[in-house]
Design a protein around this ligand. Structure first.
Ligand SMILES: NC(=O)c1ccc[n+]([C@@H]2O[C@H](COP(=O)([O-])OP(=O)(O)OC[C@H]3O[C@@H](n4cnc5c(N)ncnc54)[C@H](O)[C@@H]3O)[C@@H](O)[C@H]2O)c1
Length: 382
């Protein structure tokens, strides 16, 4: 099949920039696609980070410390940008104004005003595809749940719980980095860092909280810096939001949690939905397992546990008996972005990356959570 080549530049060659490069390198994993990304340029202030790209990305023809060089390059069609949150606003706006498609990282602006400025640039440049990264819904178990929501299989929603939990910050001797400082990560703390992953599916289906009560905690208040001095750890470690969702025809509680300190958890993303006709649960802790409980009135209430086959949004060479993992989800997400660049609304499967409007809704939620914490009350959201 003839493949349309989409030339990408990567801005920010750290943890996530490298994940992207690795996903591009194994594009042959995907089958029957008429598009292929090529990373042709990389930008980072850190020479070592760019050096990894120079060493590992064949076909890289531009390596620089200045992202404007990527934006000025007419042969580059799209940008993946993974930089600290304080830089999102400027770099995303510059990218959009340069006419490049953008897959940006969450939270899509360090705060609500930054997000609004990015959304304004999106509005002014309708020809550019702008999406935010969120890979977990592409795990086969999560994707199945998304399909069930779409098919309205749950009946009346009783309750939704979703979360993203980490635990490495339980160690008080873990060094401080930009993700624990307000100037670079933002006042949202763990919500800006983890929140978009949690709200992607709920927001996609219109489960936008009408009100919330936030419980935010700062657990480890100081951490060592590079010199070993203990410095303030400024950001919220954990956030639990008790929300009420009101849609046109439904009203239900939704509990969202974003935790940097959940003992024993390493990148645990989960969603649990209880409904009158179907309940279902998926967690990346048991990435092969999908739990579901279909119910008919008067019938038995029996949880089914299935080892879900490797059945992804985009077909792969992997056999159905094998396991799906984090890097597979990144590959699928990137396929969704490239699919949408190539086919627009006629993309090969229905689930797209996070839209700018969904990032705006997430910012309203996190800003509301800060307010709820400040006044220690339930906050109504617009
Ligand atoms: N999707 C996910 O699962 C996931 C996971 C982790 C982080 N993230 C997001 O990805 C983004 C980056 O996080 P990370 O963990 O990769 O951080 P990182 O610190 O590993 O990498 C960020 C890189 O940006 C570079 N940088 C800083 N200023 C720059 C500039 N002006 N121009 C070019 N490069 C610059 C830094 O040198 C660094 O190499 C954040 O928005 C974060 O929230 C997403």
């Amino acid at each position: 099949m003839a493949q349309r080549e989409i030339r990408f530049g990567v801005i920010g060659c750290g943890l996530m920039g490298r994940e992207f490069a690795s996903a591009a390198a194994r594009w042959c994993h995907l089958v029957n696609l008429d598009f292929v990304p090529r990373i042709v340029a990389a930008c980072d202030l850190n020479g070592e980070a760019v050096g990894w790209f120079t060493a590992n990305v064949p076909g890289l023809r531009l390596a620089t410390v200045d992202y404007h060089e990527l934006l000025a390059d007419k042969t580059i069609e799209a940008i993946y940008c993974a930089v600290p949150h304080n830089l999102h606003k400027q770099i995303y706006i510059d990218t959009i104004k340069a006419g490049k498609h953008l897959l940006g990282e969450k939270p899509f602006g360090i705060d609500l005003p930054a997000n609004r400025a990015i959304l304004e640039a999106v509005k002014q440049n309708p020809g550019v595809l702008v999406r935010c990264s969120s890979q977990f819904p592409f795990f086969p178990g999560a994707y199945q749940i998304v399909q069930w929501i779409r098919e309205q299989r749950f009946g009346q929603i009783i309750e939704v719980e979703a979360g993203f939990w980490h635990s490495s910050d339980l160690d008080p001797n873990k060094s401080i980095n930009w993700k624990r400082q307000i100037s670079t990560n933002g006042e949202y703390g763990c919500m800006g860092d983890l929140g978009m992953h949690v709200v992607h599916i709920p927001l996609r289906f219109g489960w936008k909280p009408a009100s919330l009560k936030a419980f935010l905690s700062k657990i480890v208040k100081e951490r060592p810096d590079k010199e070993g001095r203990r410095v303030p750890c400024e950001t919220w470690d954990n956030a639990v939001l008790a929300c009420e969702v009101a849609t046109l025809d439904q009203q239900f509680p939704m509990f969202l949690s974003f935790k940097r300190i959940a003992p024993g958890h390493a990148n645990t993303w989960f969603i649990r939905i209880q409904g009158t006709r179907l309940s279902a649960e998926f967690t990346t802790r048991n990435p092969k397992q999908l739990l579901s409980l279909p119910y008919t009135p008067g019938g038995a209430q029996e949880w089914r546990v299935v080892d879900i086959p490797y059945r992804s949004a985009y077909e792969t060479i992997t056999g159905g008996i094998f396991e799906f993992g984090f890097s597979d989800a990144i590959l699928q997400m990137w396929a969704a972005f490239c699919d949408e660049i190539t086919h627009g609304p006629g993309m090969k499967q229905f689930f797209s990356c996070v839209t700018p409007e969904e990032t705006a809704a997430s910012h309203e939620l996190f800003t509301g959570a800060l307010e709820s914490q400040r006044i220690n009350q339930v906050v109504q959201l617009a």
